[in-house]
Write a protein that binds this ligand. Structure first.
Ligand code: GLU
Length: 597
């Protein structure tokens, strides 16, 4: 989302007016555009307002964590269909003074009453259709985003959570311009949003999506942020806001239906105050794997992002991609991710034992999997998962499911002290479960539909079935890469299961295929997740399709775009290259504290 931001009327934001990058010569290195180069700290998000708020925090002496929380809170206003306090996420943090990487798991957790068959219709014993499960109370997990912000600010930040919520509250109060992406997201959700009074009122003013260029205000959310700023997060996890969340889940605010038939039956859920009260973020050790002399840190379970990125990189490391033809490099990329997704689907869920995760991300396992790749011929998809107990090149006999998604948002922040935050946050689908909590101004997540509705692994156990208090498997892959112990690259993206392939593709574009970071971000993308066809952007399909098809790859229906990544590269002597998407999702916004002249 990119637009001219003139928030200079508010004193605190006066310094951070960001303008649209022109398409001229400086387009690639101007603060607020898709790439900014300089020093002293950097912010990259999908949205110019959020980037401006984060940059302002850095300029005023806040650190990367402070800026990340303030930017994330702003995304809750300006990117409400992707992220907000009704959802969850994963944050990876590099602490420059300690030289350590830590993580926060702020994933939504299932209600204590959740049963394995929650998404199976008792009437016919069949799994619900996805939209029916999504637009319901059943799909809502206990939100973890606010607890993530509080934990990050307390552990590593230098500002109070309250002060970090206030700039976002101001944006919500004053409003922000509706752009084409925002309008389209509402239009795509019009049927679901229209079913709830609260959502309709906020996002379908006058019964239609807001027009591009109009100002959208969210005073309820401004009040909610200010209430939390004054009273603390207890008002959310133990108080009035929590009570409203629970009421919304148990008694969805369904509008009167003028036609008599809503698209979905809107089943209530059973989230309770005790679920909110008992919610805790977790601090799992990051995943860690080596790649051509770099050390790659990622998010461990319940996200599969870290292990999947690590496994695929380990497989790819066995071929020198920099010397391979582009066709061979992309062939290896597609095969590595197909094998990795088969393994992920079989083995990775919230409760996967650590030794299994360690094995999946080991070089030995990569050797067992890579040996199946034939440079001259694509494997038939789906490929079976590897047998974790076998040695040698032996696959087991069952394939896995195919997943996709395109909600969520990502941000990357670095400060002048060298601390780095990589943070992916989401409410799952674009628009979450479509219910705005009445009077509170934020949408609820539908993260529970990230569980498999029924087993997907034949007779083998499925690691991602629903369970009480359980967190669904994610694909979010906030990643920080160190070189000689210092940050080299931080990156992440939305995109459901394609997050993993987008992060991988940007990494290999940058590390192996000779691209600069802005080039690596802009390059056309493709995603092979162990389905018969590669899912590709049209430009990728056109450019590389024929050569890959000659190797036996097939392509699924093309997709307009994959991911909406943000990244920062750390160059010698404290230099920073902050990047966002030049075009996907309407273009992102990167900025640095001291731009290079
Ligand atoms: N819910 C998804 C996950 O955690 C993210 C959704 C998306 O990026 O579209 O993997």
């Amino acid at each position: 989302m990119r637009f001219t931001l003139a928030l200079a009327t508010t004193a605190t934001l006066a310094l951070t007016t960001v303008t649209v990058a022109p398409t001229g010569a400086n387009a690639h290195t101007r603060n607020g555009g898709p790439t900014a180069v300089g020093f002293g700290g950097a912010v990259s998000t999908v949205d110019a307002t959020a980037t401006a708020v984060g940059l302002d925090v850095l300029r005023r002496g806040g650190n990367a964590v402070d800026a990340a929380v303030a930017a994330a809170a702003t995304l809750g206003v300006t990117e409400p269909f992707s992220a907000g306090i009704g959802g969850g996420g994963f944050l990876v943090y590099y602490d420059a003074r300690r030289g350590t990487v830590s993580t926060i798991d702020g994933r939504e957790s299932g209600p204590a009453t959740m049963t394995e068959d929650i998404f199976v219709d008792p009437a016919d014993k069949l799994p619900y259709d996805f939209p029916e499960a999504r637009v319901s109370g059943l799909s809502v997990g206990t939100p973890g985003t606010l607890a993530t912000w509080e934990a990050a600010a307390k552990k590593w930040g230098t500002r109070s959570l309250s002060s970090l919520l206030l700039p976002a509250a101001r944006v919500a109060d004053q409003g922000f311009p509706v752009d084409a992406t925002f309008r389209q997201q509402v239009a795509d959700n019009a049927a679901a949003f229209g079913q709830f009074d609260s959502t309709r009122e906020l996002y379908l003013p006058g019964g239609a999506p807001p027009a591009v260029g109009t100002t959208l205000r969210n005073r309820d959310l401004a009040d909610t942020y200010r209430l939390i700023a004054t009273r603390g997060t207890g008002v959310f996890y133990r108080g009035a806001v929590g009570a409203d969340i629970v009421r919304t889940v148990q008694h969805p605010p369904v509008a009167d239906d003028p036609t008599g038939v809503w698209a979905y039956p809107i089943r209530p859920g059973d989230l309770r105050m005790s679920d909110l009260r008992n919610y805790r973020v977790r601090y799992p050790a990051p995943t860690k794997s080596g790649y051509r002399g770099l050390t790659v840190y990622g998010m461990s379970t319940p996200s599969s992002g870290g292990t999947a990125v690590g496994e695929a990189l380990n497989i790819l490391e066995r071929t020198d991609l920099s010397k391979a033809t582009i066709t061979q490099a992309l062939h290896q990329y597609a095969e590595s991710t197909a094998l990795t997704f088969a393994d992920r689907n079989r083995y990775v869920g919230a409760y996967t034992p650590q030794p299994v995760l360690d094995k999946l991300i080991s070089d030995g396992w990569a050797a067992q999997r890579a040996c199946q790749i034939n440079p001259a011929r694509a494997l038939t998809k789906p490929v079976p998962p590897g047998d974790i107990n076998a040695s040698g090149c032996t696959p087991a006999p069952v394939g896995g499911p195919v997943e996709q998604g395109q909600s969520t948002t990502n941000l990357t922040v670095a400060d002048r002290w060298g601390n780095v935050v990589e943070y992916t946050l989401t409410i799952e689908q674009t628009g979450g479960n479509a219910m705005v909590v009445p009077g509170r101004g934020f949408l609820l997540n539908n993260e529970m539909t990230d569980f498999n509705f029924v087993g997907t692994q034949g007779t083998a156990p499925d690691p991602n079935l629903p369970g009480p208090g359980k967190r669904p498997r994610s694909s979010m892959a906030p990643t920080i890469v160190l070189k000689h112990g210092k940050p080299f690259l931080a990156l992440g993206s939305p995109g459901g299961a394609t997050i993993i392939t987008t992060v991988l593709q940007v990494l290999i574009n940058r590390v192996d295929l000779g691209m600069t970071l802005p080039e690596a971000m802009a390059a056309p993308r493709a995603s092979q997740r162990n389905s018969p066809g590669i899912q590709a952007e049209p430009a990728f399909h056109q450019r590389y399709g024929p050569a890959l098809e000659a190797l036996g790859h097939t392509f699924g229906p093309d997709v307009v775009e994959l991911g909406a990544a943000t990244a920062i590269e750390f160059t010698p002597y404290g230099g920073l290259i902050a990047t966002a998407e030049p075009a996907r999702r309407g273009g992102g916004s990167a900025a640095v504290v001291v731009p290079r002249r």
